[in-house]
Design a protein around this ligand. Structure first.
Ligand SMILES: *Cc1c(COP(=O)(O)O)cnc(C)c1O
Length: 410
């Protein structure tokens, strides 16, 4: 598994978790087992001593998890080379959720007295994990306007205990982007590691390891799974030694392991990643163009629009613009509520990255626990609607938007 090199992304997602199993099953078997058997005491000892910890106890690893991990490793490292010019090897650890993977990332890199630098406009759960759990554990959390390189350097110098810089780009729901290569350059000069939340872009659109990141994080619940059928999180790192020792150990001890059924759903979902992303992205460009020209709309956030403040950064580091849009109706929160109530094809739900289009209202849903004054600083206003554009036929999507916007204006 994972030894062949494939030219294209669909081949990677179809053939990495391939058909190597005792019973010739075409799809990856669901190893629904908590533990694994030993033929003898000696065999048990050998397996415990060995490097492969995936056939001992499922909190430590499981062949179905391994198949999902190998696929994501192949995606994030696809076409990349290490400093010696050899194909880049990275290690992925599958978790029960994005939050579980983020917990492993933070606790295996930070302890009491250390500092974490991040930026505004993060996913609500990420910001809360930092400011509630990590802060209580003694880690100093500094959120800054990370686009200001002088401010970043100054903050690092004023906080020599900084161990990690965490980025989310594009960020959900305002689509703010961070220049990954620029931040990594500054971080590297100060011996600081960088982690990137790549959930919204997926490795199909953006590969943070190519830009200097040390860790890549995914809520695989979103575009990687693609069908909204399970929660999963993935933490990847390029320091293999560190990933196989401390990070793996912390993952096992914190207990955020996945399960075989969800891992199977992820493997199946990823098979169509490229096809789905192509359609998500082309639909999103059309929807954004439709919204921007509609008289009921005050403002549209989409990195594909030249008016988006980070349009150039997005173009530089992503293959295409991510299929997430947020917008403000001219009638503010009241019009926003009417719009959400009027949609007939778009699904009213939080989350993102499913094959169907999802609409939600961040201020009352995903970002409810972030104080209003704070969220407004980075554009999450009361009337903002977020849309994760699905793969429906565009005629149906546009017709649904037209009728819902007409009702919102009435
Ligand atoms: C959903 C999400 C998370 C959290 O992941 P879960 O799978 O819900 O635990 C983190 N970051 C981003 C950008 C997300 O969209």
């Amino acid at each position: 598994m994972g030894k062949k090199t494939f030219k294209g992304i669909s081949t990677v997602t179809l053939h990495t978790a391939s058909h190597e199993n005792d019973n010739y099953s075409h799809t990856t078997p669901i190893y629904a087992t908590s533990t694994f058997t030993f033929g003898s005491a000696e065999e048990g000892m050998d397996r415990f001593k060995g490097d492969d910890k995936t056939r001992l106890y499922s909190r430590w690893g499981n062949p179905t998890f391994t198949a999902a991990e190998k696929t994501i490793e192949a995606l994030e490292a696809h076409g990349l080379k290490n400093e010696q010019g050899e194909p880049l090897q990275v290690k992925a650890l599958l978790h029960a959720s994005g939050q579980a993977a983020m917990t492993t990332l933070f606790f295996s890199n930070l302890s009491a007295g250390d500092t974490l630098i991040s930026h505004y406009s993060l996913y609500g759960g990420s910001q809360e994990l930092m400011q509630k759990v990590l802060q209580e554990a003694g880690v100093k959390i500094i959120l800054i306007d990370i686009h200001n390189e002088a401010l970043l350097t100054e903050t690092i110098k004023a906080n020599p205990t900084t161990k990690l810089i965490h980025l989310e780009t594009p960020a959900n729901p305002t689509l703010q982007c961070v220049d990954i290569a620029a931040v990594c350059k500054i971080a590297k000069a100060h011996g600081i590691k960088v982690s990137v939340d790549n959930t919204v872009a997926t490795p199909y659109l953006q590969q943070p390891f190519a830009l200097g990141a040390d860790f890549v994080f995914h809520s695989a619940t979103k575009f990687l799974n693609g069908h909204g059928s399970a929660l999963h999180g993935v933490l990847l790192g390029k320091d293999l030694e560190l990933m196989h020792t401390k990070v793996w150990k912390w993952h096992v001890l914190l207990g955020g392991n996945s399960n075989a059924f969800d891992a199977y759903l992820l493997i199946q979902g990823m098979k169509t990643l490229e096809l789905r992303m192509e359609k998500h992205c082309s639909n999103a460009a059309k929807v954004a163009n439709y919204l921007v020209n509609h008289p009921a709309i005050a403002h549209v956030n989409y990195t594909g629009l030249a008016t988006h403040p980070h349009h150039e950064i997005a173009k530089k580091q992503m293959k295409q613009h991510a299929p997430l849009i947020s917008f403000e109706l001219k009638g503010g929160i009241e019009a926003g509520k009417k719009f959400i109530n009027a949609v007939e094809i778009c699904t009213r739900a939080v989350s993102l990255g499913t094959v169907d289009t999802l609409v939600s209202h961040p201020a009352s849903m995903t970002h409810m626990s972030i104080p209003k004054t704070e969220r407004e600083k980075y554009g999450i206003t009361d009337g903002l609607i977020r849309m994760s554009v699905g793969i429906e036929n565009i005629e149906d999507l546009e017709a649904d938007l037209a009728q819902a916007l007409a009702k919102a204006q009435a």
